[in-house]
Design a protein around this ligand. Structure first.
Ligand code: C2E
Ligand code: MG
Ligand code: MG
Length: 585
């Protein structure tokens, strides 16, 4: 026997030779066996695959390595073997199940060849463990229908599921509810602490949705922070909204990770398809797009989910063209500030003025702040706008003071999202320095929502700013969430009663009672009060009689551009230094 061959001893076989480079170094497991399946030898790769040494298997039946159900298939080789004496390959490659020494089963790919040694036919099985291959196939199958990060269904699966569900609607008299959920704040989480934590937050929120899903409901992730919860259930007008509220509640709970709390806001829109509404079957794309349009109308507060209605699409289109113009206006700084005076009700002197933003949109004329401010807020433009207002108002006030026209605080409205910025106090102090005005010639008007968002931070910002001499007042008092509590928690230089109360103060006893109550409350806490929206003499007299300190409203003046404000002030001969001490405090 040559040194380049492996000698295999066996009870059944005296000896035979196989070139050793085939047997010893083949990466595949090789089993040599008799035609009856008795194992003669195993190469090193086969020993590794099954965990036995070749000698341990010598004489054992192949069923020892390939359990019964699979051996049945292996035995086909023998049955189908053509009666030929020449060396040839029998049967096809097979997917079988192997069993190793540890008694673990694994998927096995085996191809069997027949060969003859000294007139004795033998079988050679070439074996591969296909576990990894199967895993890869499973993974590919999974990825074609599911999202790798969250394990939710993907867009492809969702579309197929919607299409299937729509077909069944007419037969079952049920309704299909697609709840589109946009998680606002995920971008900020990613930017602030990195994508790996952001991913964990996202997975936790996806798990909450999945935990809610039952009875055939599915959860799909259709883009970075957008999910669709799809449910088919009996027609009932109430259920979609209830479902949306339940989901919003689950998502509103903070996510706790590494000792930190993460909050995201769920903006939710719904598209509801009942079998009655299906005179034309919508496509899955249309259903998701409808739910997205509805989502844009929601404020992100719990319970604010919107159900799609065709008019929403028109509103959205209008808003989008307005938004485009607004973006341009922000870039070009093409806003204007109008100023409305505040007047002491005892002396009738001008004690302050409020800066009110005006935007003249070329296409659409003058747009009310009540329209474009919420839009700017939703699209993230408000911070830039607020900063522009702050700088402009300080600069205009500096001009008024330096010209000796008027020396009073200018009040700037600050939205909660701007106010709650970490560096907000620095921005304000920067604007004051930039304009070179004394800090007490700037007043910031905030609403009760600041207390609602993050009380501790609001308190911190207010005390920092007041510590530097800036005035902070509470605007639109009475229409927020927790009026008296806000006054306990936060310190304000002025309280502005919302103009809705003043408008009814003469004609309606209940409004009168409320205004009286607010005045009593503020007086007893030593907070000066400004009545907003004073339009006539009767209101003025009433407010005066109740000890209200200041008034602002059309009775005194409408908001005016700077040049007209100057004319108004000069005509009233209310030139500085006739300051009311409370306003300048
Ligand atoms: P606000 O801060 O409560 O401002 C007072 C609003 O009442 C102004 O409306 C003013 O024109 C109006 N007003 C004043 N006196 C009377 C009156 O006698 N009768 C009536 N019917 N209305 C009166 P405007 O200018 O349309 O502003 C609406 C809201 O938009 C403001 O309410 C404020 O919340 C917001 N806003 C305006 N400018 C800015 C700004 O620069 N930044 C921010 N964040 N919000 C602003
Ligand atoms: Mg205001
Ligand atoms: Mg107001």
């Amino acid at each position: 026997m040559s040194s380049s061959s492996v000698r295999i001893e066996s009870r059944n076989l005296d000896r035979f030779d196989i070139p050793d480079f085939v047997f010893e170094s083949a990466p595949a497991g090789i089993i040599i066996m008799t035609i009856d399946g008795q194992i003669i030898a195993l190469n090193p790769a086969g020993e590794k695959l099954f965990g036995y040494e070749s000698q341990e298997l010598s004489g054992k039946h192949i069923s020892f390595l390939i359990p019964d159900h699979a051996v049945l298939k292996a035995q086909e080789f023998k049955r189908n073997r053509p009666a030929r004496s020449a060396r040839h390959v029998v049967g096809k490659s097979r997917e079988l199940t192997g069993r190793n020494k540890g008694d673990c089963e694994f998927p096995l790919h085996m191809s069997i060849g027949e060969f003859t040694v000294r007139n004795q036919s033998l079988l050679m099985g070439i074996c591969h463990d296909t576990t990894e291959g199967y895993r890869a196939i499973e993974r590919i199958r999974f990825l074609s229908s599911y999202d790798a990060l969250t394990g939710c269904a993907n867009r492809t699966y969702l579309h197929a599921h919607i299409a299937r569900s729509l077909k069944e609607l007419t037969a079952t008299g049920r309704q299909l509810v697609a709840v589109l959920i946009y998680l606002e704040g995920m971008k900020e989480v990613n930017v602030a602490i990195g994508h790996s934590i952001g991913d964990k937050v996202l997975c936790e929120l996806a798990d909450r949705l999945k935990r809610h899903a039952h009875g055939g409901d599915i959860v799909a992730r259709i883009s970075g922070a957008e999910f669709v919860y799809l449910s088919v259930h009996p027609t009932n007008n109430l259920r979609p909204k209830v479902l949306a509220r339940q989901l919003a509640k689950r998502l509103a709970e903070p996510v706790l990770l590494n000792g930190a709390e993460f909050h995201v806001k769920a903006n939710i829109g719904l598209s509801v398809q009942g079998c009655a509404s299906l005179n034309r079957t919508p496509t899955p794309d249309e259903i998701i797009s409808d739910a997205t349009v509805a989502m844009f109308q929601s404020s992100g507060n719990e319970g604010s989910a919107q159900v799609f209605h065709p008019t929403m699409r028109e509103t959205l289109q209008r808003e989008q063209s307005l938004l485009e113009n607004l973006r341009k206006a922000v870039q070009d700084g093409s806003f204007e500030l109008h100023y409305q005076v505040q007047v002491s009700l005892t002396t009738e002197r001008i004690t302050g003025m409020e800066a009110l933003l005006r935007w003249h949109d070329g296409d659409n004329g003058m747009i009310s702040p009540d329209v474009f401010i919420p839009l700017a807020e939703r699209s993230g433009l408000m911070r830039m706008i607020n900063d522009w207002v702050l700088h402009r108002a300080c600069a205009d006030n500096k001009a008024l003071i330096d010209a000796g026209v008027l020396d009073v605080p200018v009040a700037v409205n600050i939205s909660a999202s701007s106010f709650m910025r970490e560096n907000f106090a620095d921005i304000v102090i920067g604007a004051i320095k930039n304009a070179s005005i004394p800090p007490n010639r700037l007043e910031l008007e905030v609403t009760e929502t600041v207390a609602f968002d993050d009380l501790a931070k609001a308190r911190n910002h207010i005390s920092t700013l007041q510590g530097r001499g800036v005035l902070v007042s509470i605007d639109d008092f009475g229409i927020g969430y927790s009026s008296p509590r806000t006054l306990l928690e936060l310190s304000f230089n002025k309280l502005k009663i919302d103009r809705g109360f003043i408008a009814e103060v003469i004609n309606d006893a209940k409004h009168q009672a409320i205004v009286k109550g607010y005045l009593l409350l503020a007086n007893s806490m030593n907070i000066p009060v400004v009545a907003e929206g004073v339009e006539d003499q009767a209101q003025l007299e009433y407010l005066r009689s109740q000890g209200c300190d200041y008034g602002q409203g059309y009775l005194f003046s409408k908001p005016l551009p700077l040049d007209r404000l100057i004319r108004l002030v000069l005509s009233r001969k209310a030139v500085a230094p006739t300051l009311d001490p409370a306003a300048a405090a």
